[in-house]
Design a protein around this ligand. Structure first.
Ligand code: CU
Length: 403
């Protein structure tokens, strides 16, 4: 009799604890504020499709889990051997060899899994669906930042190359073609879709369709070396008219430097930075700015055709058209301007962040430039850093309103 009471209490306590665990897990459903990588806060068609699969599957699995765990604990306590029990006399009734029971607990899980499999395959097919005329963006993972190439006319020469912040129109299908330049990365914007690996030599596809304009955070989710943990990215979804504005601004050349300091910075850039960074049309090698090597590309300093530019570093043509840099670690603008959902960012450039980066990039982010991974410390003097920063902050579309 003692066992029976103990078993009931144990089972009740277990049930309460398990429910509490589920509550801890699920209380963030739908909350994106303060949880930028919450997988349970969909903001796009595909992530809703996934959510609509996850919740019922989790509910079914949860019920099974609670029944099994509570049952196991209840039985373990209820049918314990008591100290005064006599072996062979006080044993509980044995159910070994109960055929209906065994057939039952074989068939029930099989049926359950078959139903879940059908739902899974349905969802997998659904999230790959897209409009035939959907916009395409090629995403290239690199150690440790993401590059985006937009080829609107389909001639495999992208018209726009940018980094870190991917810009798309909201409420439209966008087909994302994922590649890698070095090792395996994984592209993951949880608010919009699941994750897909970026594998060298392969192209993997995801479809995005953001419910509303907004900025959605992401993180590389395949261990890719030193700075994997800070290899972040963003998707900025704009209202369609704003996206058209962004596109026009991005294909226009950047503003010309005007002050003496900006011109000095440009000259320094040509001498020190252009061997890695492309600025469309700036150096002779980049008069054909879009002959971008297909992944996997050459290493730094290695000759690419007639060009010495490795093009293995972020394209900086329209640096100030993005709102963050260095793998989304640093803001390019002060205050709210860094997160405003606009086609052409406006506001005060965060020159401190840019200067900190130029002073020593490896202070900001661990990198290994000796092995062609990341940006070296160029030991720039403070006046050089000032000039370069003045020049970098001009790198915004000539269509942008003057600062
Ligand atoms: Cu990575």
């Amino acid at each position: 009799m003692r066992n029976k009471q103990r078993a009931t209490i144990t089972a009740l306590v277990a049930a309460v604890l398990i429910m509490f665990g589920f509550w801890l897990l699920l209380r963030n459903i739908g909350q994106s504020a303060g949880h930028p990588l919450n997988t349970l806060a969909p903001q796009g068609q595909q992530s809703w499709d996934i959510q609509n699969l996850v919740i019922p599957v989790f509910a079914v699995a949860g019920v099974v889990f609670v029944l099994v765990e509570v049952g196991v604990l209840w039985m373990a306590v209820r049918f314990r051997r008591n100290r005064e029990d006599v072996d062979g006399v006080d044993e509980p009734a044995q159910t070994h060899g109960n055929t209906p029971l065994e057939i039952g607990w074989t068939i029930a899980p099989a049926v359950l899994l078959a139903v879940l499999a059908v739902l899974n395959v349905q969802t997998l097919l659904k999230i790959d669906n897209h409009q035939a005329d959907a916009m395409e963006v090629t995403v290239v993972g690199q150690q440790w930042w993401w590059e985006y190439r937009y080829d609107f006319d389909g001639d495999s020469q992208p018209e726009i190359i940018t980094a870190t912040q991917m810009v798309i129109p909201a409420r439209k299908d966008v087909v994302v073609k994922i590649q890698s330049n070095d090792v395996i990365h994984s592209f993951w914007i949880p608010a919009l879709n699941g994750k897909k690996d970026a594998v060298p030599g392969r192209t993997h596809q995801l479809v995005f369709n953001a419910d509303n304009p907004g900025i959605f955070e992401g993180q590389c989710t395949e261990f890719c070396g030193l700075s994997h943990g800070v290899m972040r990215m963003q998707v900025k979804a704009l209202p369609e008219a704003e996206f058209v504005k962004w596109k026009a601004a991005m294909v226009a050349p950047p503003r010309e430097p005007s002050t003496a300091l900006e011109k000095e910075g440009q000259a320094l850039f040509v001498g020190q930075c252009a061997r890695c960074h492309e600025i469309n049309g700036l150096t002779p090698e980049s008069t054909e700015p879009y002959t971008y090597a297909a992944a996997p590309s050459a290493n730094y300093g290695e000759e690419v055709g007639s060009s010495l530019a490795s093009k293995n570093a972020p394209n900086l043509t329209h640096l100030m058209m993005r709102q963050t840099f260095a793998g989304n670690l640093l803001a390019l603008y002060e205050g709210d301007a860094a997160t405003a959902v606009v086609a052409i960012p406006e506001g005060k450039p965060d020159t401190n962040n840019i200067k900190n980066w130029l002073r020593n990039p490896q202070d900001v982010k661990p990198m290994d430039p000796e092995n062609n991974q990341g940006m070296p410390n160029l030991n720039l003097s403070e006046p050089q850093i000032d000039a370069l920063t003045a020049y970098l902050t001009t790198l915004k579309s000539s269509l942008a309103p003057p600062a």
